[in-house]
Design a protein around this ligand. Structure first.
Ligand code: MTE
Length: 328
């Protein structure tokens, strides 16, 4: 059975699906044009391009898909979960499309099994983990997190997965390891966006080791009690809820422990716009737009953006003494 234990930080019971309602692990597995980089960023990361579903979820290409078993109906702040259809049809996944509603149709035949994740670098026990290994060796938990995109839209998503620190404990980072570098699959045959040379593929992201070890940092394998769909980063992705969504790298094949600050795809593409930390911060605007408020998908109007996306109590200590304007 999937197991969830209460953590020291205060997450309400509504955020944690009772054990009896978890899918069994077995069940879960079974269920299982050349634009310049700047032009792309302008087109895809601008609020002007944000045509997300408002009152009702978009259903393009995903009709008939239903969420799995889940009890949680809100996050720990009492905000309702985002509609499943919206989560699986409004996506950022540039390897497939820069059009949000275009991702799901293009990704539907993406091969996610077999799949292996190599964990290596400055570790005592490097290893290659099969996706089924990741699902069976590590108890899968439900975690309801807010996802805040730098484009100023947000969702509340019930993820299934396990904390990254459990995997890091197995590989045992060496004392000199300071950061973790993640890489998405590079496969231009399957991922049409990678045939455009507008970005320096593959998609890369990074975390400081203490951020990676934080209990909120999740390796997600599912959403709404079901395995991830390709458009959401199947078969395994990162979720770092206090950071802008672009840090939550999809379809991971490599996790490397390193002794330097990795350069992410976004940092390389537009260094003045995208920093390494990317912590959600309403008082630090993106150079081209404010981050003070956001639009929750499925809601009308806007709501104020919370520092660290509402996870300040859990993560602020990670940045004690840091200037968050400089380290954006
Ligand atoms: N990971 C990869 N490999 N490629 C991407 O284009 N987009 C990022 C992030 N992870 C992206 C990615 C961005 S900008 C966001 S907001 C989230 O994925 C969106 O996740 P979702 O589509 O599941 O909502």
């Amino acid at each position: 059975m999937l197991i969830k234990t209460r953590k020291s930080y205060d997450i309400s019971s509504a955020e944690i699906t009772p054990e009896r309602l978890y899918l069994s692990r077995r069940q879960f597995i079974k269920g299982a044009a050349a634009l310049s980089a700047t032009a792309l960023i302008a087109a895809a990361c601008s609020p002007v391009a944000d045509n997300a579903p408002r009152g009702r979820a978009a259903t393009t290409g995903t009709e008939g898909q239903t969420p799995g078993a889940i009890l949680a109906t809100t996050d720990e702040l009492g905000d309702p979960l985002t509609d499943y259809q919206a989560i699986v049809s409004y996506n950022n996944y540039y390897e497939f499309s820069i059009e949000k509603e275009g991702v799901a149709p293009l990704a539907q035949n993406f091969v996610t099994s077999p799949w292996q994740v190599e964990v290596y670098g400055l570790v005592r026990n490097p290893g290659v983990y099969d996706i089924d290994d990741l699902r069976t060796r590590f108890d899968q938990e439900e975690r309801v997190y807010r996802l805040r995109c730098v484009e100023a839209w947000s969702m509340v998503i019930p993820w299934v997965g396990f904390p990254l620190h459990k995997l890091l404990d197995q590989v045992e980072p060496l004392a000199e390891a300071t950061h973790v570098r993640f890489e998405t699959l590079y496969d231009p045959q399957q991922m049409p966006g990678q045939r455009r040379r507008s970005f320096n593929w593959p998609y890369v992201e990074g975390l400081r080791l203490d951020e990676a070890r934080h209990d909120l940092t999740l390796l997600a394998t599912g959403i709404y009690g079901k395995p991830l769909l390709p458009q959401n980063g199947a078969p395994v992705r990162l979720v770092v809820p206090w950071k802008y969504g672009f840090k939550s790298i999809k379809s991971i094949v490599k996790i490397e422990l390193v002794n330097y600050q990795p350069v992410s795809l976004w940092m390389a593409a537009a260094p003045n716009e995208y920093g390494f930390y990317a912590n959600v911060n309403p008082s630090v605007p993106h150079p081209r737009w404010s981050q003070a408020s956001e639009r929750r998908i499925g809601e009308w109007g806007r709501r104020d953006t919370l520092l660290f996306n509402g996870y300040e109590a859990q993560v602020a200590a990670l940045y004690a003494g840091q200037d968050l304007r400089r380290d954006f």
